[in-house]
Design a protein around this ligand. Structure first.
Ligand SMILES: [Zn+2]
Ligand SMILES: [Zn+2]
Length: 339
């Protein structure tokens, strides 16, 4: 069996990603995967470049992480495939099987409505998947389904909750659409994963669509019972945990500031080594904060990765918004990474 990550983001191209191509590739190689599809947010989504620049400039930047990964493929011992995640107001589509040159030759896609854009892509051989169709978030106005415009539905997205994934599975069943799974991995190290398992190795991007159509690829999951994000957990009771990558031997480390300092307390801070890293002094690790919020309502905490003695802007920031409900529950956060 050959395993593939079909939904993955890398920094710096995806603005919301916290891991670069090498970190992602090493992570999946250690898990024994045969390959990954790099599916960064396209120019219509959360791409990390000025929208006012010309299409070609933006596309060159967009493709840079994929080409970087492709170049390292042999070195790091894992195959790299090209994919794209298109966005329309919080509704997302994964596109497989169109090469980078296709996007270079089709700047007009930026002017098309999603229905027309997807139809064009499919007519040119793309395999189109509606990603996490039932995702809900503060920035998504409503759920949109495109049952006539896609080949498949991402029925398990490891970053979404089971409730949304179950609905996605019913959506696929009701319309007779194919099913795929992926992790939507933005941060490398993650314990809850989903992907596709194939009877024969995927050789090309077009091959992947064919294997799904022929029933030779199926969804698999790893640690489906874990929380979706390693870095945020609603535990222990009444608290939440935030886990961030750090390397204190460089002098850089995380500090935090809350918008209501009296509304939240740091219960503990602990440094952990990534199990896959050798136990070397100076090896990167994680810092795990446990916070106890005490004032009901929406709050925000900003984490900064910096050298405490320097006044230059932080190397990375992480902003987390959460809500302490009247009944003591902590609601799903909004989060943004910048790097
Ligand atoms: Zn993202
Ligand atoms: Zn994604």
């Amino acid at each position: 069996m050959y395993r593939y990550e079909t939904h993955l983001h890398t920094s710096p191209v995806s603005r919301c990603a916290g891991a670069g191509v090498r970190e992602q590739m090493r992570f999946y190689r250690e898990l024994g995967y045969d390959g990954i599809f790099v599916t960064n947010h396209f120019l219509d989504g959360n791409v990390n470049i000025d929208r006012n620049l010309p299409y070609k400039t933006k596309l060159d930047f967009y493709l840079s992480d994929y080409f970087d990964a492709k170049k390292e493929s042999e070195n790091l011992g894992i195959k790299v495939f090209f994919g794209v995640e298109l966005s329309h107001a919080g509704t997302d589509f994964l596109i497989y099987g169109l090469p980078p040159e296709w996007y270079q030759a089709h700047p007009e896609i930026m002017e098309l409505g999603k229905k027309e854009e997807l139809a064009l892509m499919r007519s040119e051989g793309a395999f189109v998947v509606q990603a996490h169709p039932y995702r809900e978030a503060g920035y998504i106005d409503h759920i949109r389904l495109y049952p006539r415009s896609v080949d498949a539905v991402e029925v398990i997205n490891a970053s979404r909750i089971d409730f949304e994934n179950r609905l996605a599975d019913q959506y696929a069943d009701n319309y007779g659409l194919l099913k795929t799974g992926g992790s939507d991995n933005h941060h490398g190290f993650a314990s809850r994963l989903a992907g596709m398992e194939c009877e024969e190795p995927v050789m090309t991007e077009a091959d992947y669509g064919r294997l799904v159509r022929e029933g030779k690829a199926r969804v698999f999951t790893l640690n489906p019972d874990r929380d979706s994000h390693e870095w945020f957990r609603r535990e222990p009771e009444g608290c939440f945990t935030v886990q961030l990558r750090t390397n204190p031997s460089t002098g850089f480390d995380w500090d935090w500031e809350a918008d209501h300092a009296e509304g939240i307390a740091e219960e503990s801070r602990e440094y952990l080594r990534k199990e896959s890293e050798p136990a070397l002094c100076g090896a990167p690790s994680f810092v795990r904060f446990v916070f106890r919020p005490s004032v009901p309502g929406m709050q925000s905490v900003t984490f900064r990765y910096r050298r405490s003695w320097e006044s230059t802007p932080p190397l990375r920031t992480f902003n987390l918004r959460f809500e302490l409900k009247q009944d003591g529950r902590i609601s799903l956060p909004r989060h943004d990474f910048t790097e």
